[in-house]
Design a protein around this ligand. Sequence first.
Ligand SMILES: [Zn+2]
Length: 484
Amino acid sequence: MKPTRKVPALLTKGLLTAWLSIAVMTAETKALAETLTEHQQLALEIFRQLVETDTTHSTGDTGIAAQKMADRLVAEGFPEQDVRVLVNAPGKGNLIARFRSPDPVLKPVLFLAHIDVVEADPADWSFDPFIFREQAEHFYGRGTLDDKDEAAIHIANLIWMKRHKYAPNRDIIVALTADEEGGPENGVQFLLAEYPELVDAAFVINEGGGGAIVNGKYVTNNVQTAEKVYQSFTLEVTNPGGHSSRPREDNAIYQLAAALTRIGGHRFPFALNETTRAMFAASAATLPSELAKQIPGLLKSPPDEDAIAYLEQESYGALFRTTCVATQLQAGHAENALPQRAQATVNCRILPGTAPDDVQKTLSRVVADQQVSITPVQPATPSEPSPLVEHVMEPIRQITEDMWPGAAVVPSMSTGATDGLFFRNAGTPVYGVSGIFYAVGENRAHGRDERILKRSFFDGLEFLFRLTTAYTSSTDDAPDPTRL
Ligand SMILES: [Zn+2]
């Protein structure tokens, strides 16, 4: 453990005052309008503008949102060459903004948020998803939780630091990107391939974290350090077919169905890594007591089989096993013909550290039928867990303790994927952390009437501001591989 230090150490006096006033404001839940600080008002204005800019794949344009943010930064005095809007396809634009250090001693830190959003059909919503709405304790609109909240916060913080003439000791990069939500033109892949020098950083702060509120209590602030690897396989059986009035011994549909049934019955081996071990150890506080009781058995070596079975049945299995599940099926060409072809998609979520090739071999062994071909739908992007290093984790713990005393900082592994995987695959560690808390069980990301707690948005603003300044004002002289 390194000695405790003040976070942030190099704040100017004006900045510190503003920053303390935020802390006071967020501790209260007064009527919003009169109580907002200038920093909060700025963030809210940007948030509203982003939510009201349609960035869906079908009708939106992330380039327009990126340009609006770029215009704000240039208007605040950022040099134009440090604010780049890079378009990778029609309707797909990305922003890269750089806040320069006058005297960089460390490699940059990069703050990443995607600005595309999942489709939102107004007919499904209680109100227009592209009109930002304040109601009671929440802000509503598509993207309020995923991920325009963080995009707005990063831009507001850049502007706030600029206005207060903050002098970081390393460059701060903000990247707002396209097509994280499964669109065809992923902005992070594009930037890493075409502009690697613009996104070259010691580490990346991304979405994927967030905090848990249980019965009104702030329990954990999660730091996503690992993601499962996404890989789909196509299973296919072909057959000469024939007239259905004269069935053959062999049948492509039966053969494929038998293969899928065998996969359905297979369990990949149990495994924990540094992140999931820490995650289970710390999550006991947020779990119902029956579940929490099982955790010590799970962490034992060898683990307790009953504990594994109990947690599996409560759907925690995906956190300690690779999973493969049939998701699509297609077979036959006519009602009165024997099928000539039967095809299924099996979607796997692979534990980091397991080779996708090995999963394919396991599937072949489990299927045990040479006539069932198994091929990857697309190459997987492996994503090594990011190490739990002190120069990243310690400021997170300190600020968390300061803002939400008693809340634990918990490393986490996502069973889904974010854009973090492309950076991890390129060798840059990624930490998903936001300080934005949610009531457990209340996640409307991708769903209808998406919303975020007002208080959580402003808490996230403060948390990420303090984290940004902590990472860029460190006087830490411990050996650090990220030093320039
Ligand atoms: Zn997202």
